[in-house]
Design a protein. Structure first.
Length: 139
């Protein structure tokens, strides 16, 4: 017997067709979230499914835009409502504005792509586990 241990190499994710990627994107692209967090956060995972743990003592401003319904919700810690953090709050809203413009640009590009796919039906979303960033309070 050999003392050498063999480690299984994970298989590369299946390559998706452009039409399948478009279907997945449209299915998962509902919420645009911009979070500004002051405190010691812990981040794990890939950017596509990042898990963020926020300590209870963190100061936050989080803006969520539902791109389908058009609803915009902003949650702000009371500490950010005074002038001490005025610049940070302004930067947060500038990031929200930039993110919304990016979405408009992306939608324009997607509409162009969809226009080129006329006559093709989009498939159901694939089984890939793409998730939005999850923010959970630390215990």
């Amino acid at each position: 017997m050999s003392d050498t241990q063999q480690t299984a190499v994970p298989a590369a994710p299946a390559k998706l067709s452009p039409v399948q990627m478009l279907s997945d994107l449209l299915t998962s692209a509902v919420n645009l979230r911009v979070a500004t967090i002051i405190g010691d956060v812990t981040m794990t995972g890939r950017i596509e499914d990042m898990q963020v743990t926020v300590p209870a003592t963190a100061t936050t401003i989080i803006t969520n835009t539902n791109l389908v319904a058009g609803d915009v919700t902003t949650v702000v810690s009371r500490e950010l409502l005074n002038d001490t953090y005025k610049d940070l709050v302004e930067r947060h809203y500038a990031a929200v504005t930039a993110a919304n413009q990016s979405v408009r640009d992306t939608v324009g590009a997607l509409l162009g792509l969809i226009g080129s796919l006329k006559g093709n039906e989009l498939p159901a979303p694939s089984a890939r586990a793409e998730k939005p960033i999850t923010v959970t309070p630390a215990d």
